[in-house]
Design a binder for this molecule. Sequence first.
Ligand SMILES: *Cc1c(COP(=O)(O)O)cnc(C)c1O
Length: 369
Amino acid sequence: MSCDFLALALPGVQKLSPYVPGKPVDELARELNLDPAGIVKLASNENPLGPSPKALAAIQNELAELTRYPDGNGFVLKEALARHYNLNLEQITLGNGSNDILEMVAHAWLGPGLNAVFSAHAFAVYPIATQAVGAQGKVVPAKDWGHDLEALLAAIDDHTRVVFIANPNNPTGTWFGPQALEQFLQQVPSRVLVVLDEAYIEYAEGDELPDGMQFLAAYPNLLVSRTFSKAYGLAALRVGYAASSPEIAAVLNRVRQPFNVNSLALAAATAALEDVDYLQRSRQANTAGMQQLEVGLKALGLSWIPSRGNFIAVDFGRDAAPINQALLHQGVIVRPVAGYAMPSFLRVSIGTEQENARFLQALHEVLSQ
Ligand SMILES: *Cc1c(COP(=O)(O)O)cnc(C)c1O
C-alpha cells in the first residue's frame, strides 16, 4: 500500500512549487543538441568575470585538508568580515549561501500561527522558507514593481515575526534609498525582525542605496544578509552571511547546521573579500554591461524596469514564454519570471560584453521572426 505523502506534508508545503533555477548550459545542449561552447547563460545573476584568482589560489591551498571537517565557527572568514565591515565577531552568522540565513531565520522565529511579511515579485526563497515551517507568507502588492514600504508596514500584525525586504530586489531590480529605509525601520515594531537582503548591494555606486550595516547600531531588530554568490563570483561554493545584533546572531547559532559552510568556501570567501580589485572590476563591468543592454533594448523598442542589480527585467508587453523558447533555440538562456507574477517579462543577467551582444543579436532575430 502506498501512501499520499504530499497529503501528509504541512499545508504550507503542499502549496509550494519547487524553486525553478536558471537552465544549466549542459541541459540545454543535451535537449536541443547544441554545442555547449556556443551557449550563453544569462539566467542566474552569476558573475561573468569568473572567480577571483585569489579565491582559486586559496582553494588550491585548502584541498589537502578535505578529510577534515571545516571550522564550524568559520573563525577566519568571520574575522575578515568583522575587520572589513567594522563589526564584532558576535554580530556575524555564516550561511551555506545567504539562502541558508533566510532558512535559519524561518526556523528560529516562524511557525504555525505566525507570519512573515514580504512584497509581491519578491525573492522566491521568502515564501519557501516561510511556508516550509508552517508559517503564513503575507504578500503585499508592489508599487511600480518595487517594495511599497508603507504597505509592508501596514501589513504587520500581532502574528508577524519577520519582514523580508531585498534592496535591490530580485527579480525586479528596484531599490529604495537611505531615507526610505530609515523611516521604515523607525516604524517597524521592535519585536519584528527586519531581514534586509542585500545580495546585490556591492553593485551599488555612490550612496544612492543605503548600506544596511550602518543601521545595525540603531536597530537591534535588523538583520542584513549578504552573499559571495554575486559580485564576489563564488555562487557554486554556497557562502553568505548575516550581520545583526549579537542577540539575533546567538539565536541563529542555535538552529545553524554544525558545519554549514565548507572549508573551500571559507577559504575562497576570505580571499575574495580581500580582492578589492576584483570587486571593483565586477562593479565596472556590470555598470558598462547594464548600459550596453539598455541601449540595445531601446533600439529594439523594448521597455524594462530600471535596475540596480546585475540583471534587468525586460517587458515584452505580452506572454514572454514563446520569446524565451525562441531564445533557447538561439542558444541563449535567460530567466522566465512568470512564477513571480511577471508573465510578460524575462529577466536577463548582465554578462560580458560579448555575451550581452549575443543576447541582443538573438533577441533581434527572435523579434523579427
Ligand atoms: C541571489 C540571491 C540571494 C543569494 O543567494 P545565495 O544563497 O547566497 O547564493 C539572496 N537573495 C536574493 C534576493 C538573491 O537574488
